[in-house]
Design a protein around this ligand. Structure first.
Ligand code: NAP
Length: 259
């Protein structure tokens, strides 16, 4: 399917691995030129080289921490103006509600709320000038249904979701479409870390933890980065122009809600 975005330029944050990488791949497959980002240069360069070779698009790289002002300044200096922004960063660590102090919340807000807002503010004005743009914010299923051990994520992402809900409606009349994409359980490095922590906390083996969690999902399995990326690319496509301020849940049916 031609998504109608060949030749556009996208900044995909936190994209050397996992869900961000899935988004970068699917956008590249649609003919979109990329600016990719991660902190670690080695994995980032390897991912960029693979994508260039496979899809023939231009891929620029910026090894920087997107959650810091300096990192974002580096990103914006290389990216310049873009047509598509995919906001992403690592998620906060798990814990108990008693663990978290002010500094922990500030770090989570910086990473998962204020960093995407800063990039929206920096890049959407040019999209408005062009009369066309797409923003996808990778958030989490925790926005719809809290994950108790991820209290920092629940809090910071709910804040971003509130901001996006209003802002998406302010920029929609200018041709800029902004939505959130909410991952449930996906088989990425982060999920290996979380499942390892669960295995250590419960004394169950890693495989047991995985099997139990997969069995709790109606689809019977974890999602893949490729499936996630394909949905992201659709949300960045010409066909998503009437999808405004939505929270698209990709969780294999795990969240038991009617709407
Ligand atoms: P992942 O497999 O650990 O990949 C994270 C990617 O982001 C890597 O490329 C990493 O590279 C980069 N990154 C992390 N922190 C960064 C930073 N501060 N600045 C720039 N790049 C950064 O994680 P994932 O599973 O794809 O998760 C992506 C997001 O979705 C996270 O916020 C996570 O909480 C959320 N999420 C994931 C799931 C899931 O099932 N996987 C479910 C719900 C929510 P470097 O380490 O080299 O920077």
């Amino acid at each position: 399917m031609d998504l109608g975005i060949k030749g556009k330029k996208a900044l995909v944050c936190a994209s050397s691995k996992g869900l961000g990488r899935g988004c970068a791949e699917s956008l590249a497959e649609a003919g979109v030129n990329l600016v990719m980002n991660a902190r670690g240069a080695e994995a980032l360069e390897a991912a960029a080289a693979e994508i260039r070779a496979k899809y023939g698009v231009t891929v620029e790289t910026v090894a920087a921490d997107v959650t810091t002002e300096e990192g974002r300044a580096q990103l914006l200096a290389v990216a310049g103006q873009v047509d598509i922004l995919v906001n992403n960063a690592g998620g906060p660590p798990p814990g108990m509600w008693t663990d978290w102090e002010r500094d922990d919340f500030i770090a989570a807000l910086d990473a998962n709320m204020l960093a995407p807002i800063a990039l929206i503010k920096a890049l959407v004005p040019h999209m408005i000038d062009n009369g066309w743009g797409r923003v996808v914010n990778i958030t989490s299923v925790s926005v719809k249904a809290p994950i108790a051990v991820l209290g920092l994520s629940n809090a910071a992402r709910a804040g971003l979701t509130g901001y996006v809900a209003g802002t998406a409606r302010q920029i929609a009349p200018k041709g800029v479409v902004m939505n959130n994409l909410l991952p449930g359980l996906h088989a990425t490095d982060r999920m290996v870390n979380l499942d390892t922590a669960a295995s250590q906390a419960t004394g169950k083996s890693f495989d047991e933890v995985r099997a139990e969690k997969a069995a709790s999902i109606p689809a019977g399995r974890y999602g893949t980065a490729a499936e996630f990326g394909a949905t992201c690319a659709f949300m960045c496509s010409q066909f998503a122009g009437y999808m405004v301020g939505q929270n698209i849940l990709l969780d294999g049916g795990a969240t038991n809600t009617t709407m």
